[in-house]
Design a protein around this ligand. Structure first.
Ligand code: ATP
Ligand code: MG
Length: 383
């Protein structure tokens, strides 16, 4: 019989990290099932990176406990390091080296002999759509290419648990999709991924469970459906055939949905949030009744849908403030963002490539003294 918690990749109890006056991580309990993508969602300064660093043994917790595959991050740090890999928030490969040189160097430092290191580098460059750019210096890479080479470097040895700290911040939508495909491929090969993100749609797309953190505390945790259901049953979206019927539709929807109705920019569209008390069944009934009333009043409805609230709405409802605070990181869709070096003409595309993870890759320890993305990537050794 397996010990309790054996199917958990990560388990924390009351984890705390304090920096001066700041309780960066303030009593966090997590249980991350193995073999899944677990999303940690929170705005700038929520404590995401600090939590990840403690779990990756880069930072010493000030309180509580954390176990990775059953190993205590303090007492059994080496055992933890042998199972994990971290792609930090900021790219940590050597800018002056080419992509290929970086991967070969890291593979050599991880103990691969030269031919094996070369082969693994070539394999990952191919899988990540970087073969054409392989012999360019990394400083000439686009933002999307940098993130990909960074993730490639962190899975030179197949980790059981991969920490991805905001892997797509600052990337354009296309590059984000490429990174998402890589994450999916990594998990398909049996790894667990702990992904931090400020992007609600990213957590929604990738994660099976999500912890929402704010000011060092987990303020909600569950499957995407559970999170959404805890905030409200959903949003009703209506599109009318005739714009002139909208005022009457607004009146009827307000009456029958008992909710505030929003007029969309599109002159035939209306939206209302329903079932805020979490009564999902009630919301569906209410929505059906409202639809019936519209048709009884001669209003032609072209499209009607009842969807779950977005994760943005979830965050707003849980924290009383939007996830997009004033000091939020770069907006991946903002074309004017000067910090976004993404090259929109990037010809590489890993989506149609083979899996980036090679299950036959050697499993020598990552991070224990090596240059892996972990200990040296940001912030040095545990302090
Ligand atoms: N080494 C440090 N010394 C002092 N304060 C720190 C240190 N590292 C983090 N903090 C503080 O701890 C809090 C949490 O920071 P952390 O970097 O974990 O947030 P985050 O959720 O990763 O944010 P972001 O989305 O901006 O990356 C912040 O208030 C931050 O200023
Ligand atoms: Mg961070």
């Amino acid at each position: 019989m397996s010990p309790p918690g054996a199917d958990l990749a990560i388990e924390t109890f009351g984890l705390v990290k304090v920096f001066g006056e700041t309780r960066a991580v303030d009593g966090v309990d997590l249980a991350v099932p193995a073999g899944t993508v677990y999303g940690v969602l929170g705005p700038n300064g929520a404590g995401k990176t600090t939590a990840v660093k403690m779990l990756a043994t880069l930072l010493r917790p000030d309180g509580g406990e954390a176990r990775v595959f059953g190993h205590d991050v303090l007492r059994e740090a080496d055992a933890v390091r042998s199972r994990v890999s971290l792609t930090g928030q900021y790219a940590s490969v050597d800018e002056d080296l080419t992509g290929r040189e970086n991967l070969i160097l890291l593979a050599r430092l991880l103990g691969h002999r030269k031919p094996a290191a070369k082969e693994r580098a070539a394999q990952l460059l191919d899988a990540f759509g970087l073969t054409e750019a392989a012999d360019k210096q990394v400083k000439h890479y686009s933002g999307g290419m940098r993130r990909r080479i960074d993730i490639a470097a962190s899975i030179l040895n197949t980790p059981d648990l991969l920490f991805l700290d905001e892997p797509t911040t600052g990337l354009d939508p296309r590059s984000r999709n490429q990174v998402w495909d890589i994450v999916r491929a990594v998990v398909q090969q049996g790894a667990t991924v702990l992904l931090t993100t400020q992007y609600l749609d990213e957590a929604d797309q990738l994660a099976s469970r999500i912890a929402v953190i704010d000011q060092g505390k987990v303020i909600a945790e569950g499957t995407k459906g559970e999170l959404k259901a805890s905030v409200g049953a959903g949003s009703v979206h209506v599109r009318l055939r005739h714009a002139e019927q909208r005022p009457e539709a607004e009146r009827l929807l307000t009456q029958y949905l008992a909710a505030q109705v929003q007029l969309e920019h599109d002159p035939v569209a209306l939206t209302a949030r329903v079932g805020l008390a979490g009564d999902g069944g009630g919301a569906a009934e209410q929505a059906a009744r409202a639809l019936h009333e519209l048709s009884r009043s001669g209003i032609t409805v072209d499209n009607f849908s009842l969807g779950q609230p977005s994760l943005d709405e979830v965050f707003l409802a849980l924290t009383d403030h939007p996830a997009t605070g004033p000091d939020r990181a770069t907006d991946p869709t903002d074309p004017t963002d000067p910090t976004d070096p993404t090259d929109p003409t990037d010809p590489t595309d890993p989506t149609d490539s083979t899996s980036p993870l090679d299950p036959t890759a050697a499993r020598t320890p990552v991070g224990s003294g090596g240059p892996s993305k972990g200990p040296t990537s940001k912030g040095g050794a545990a302090k």
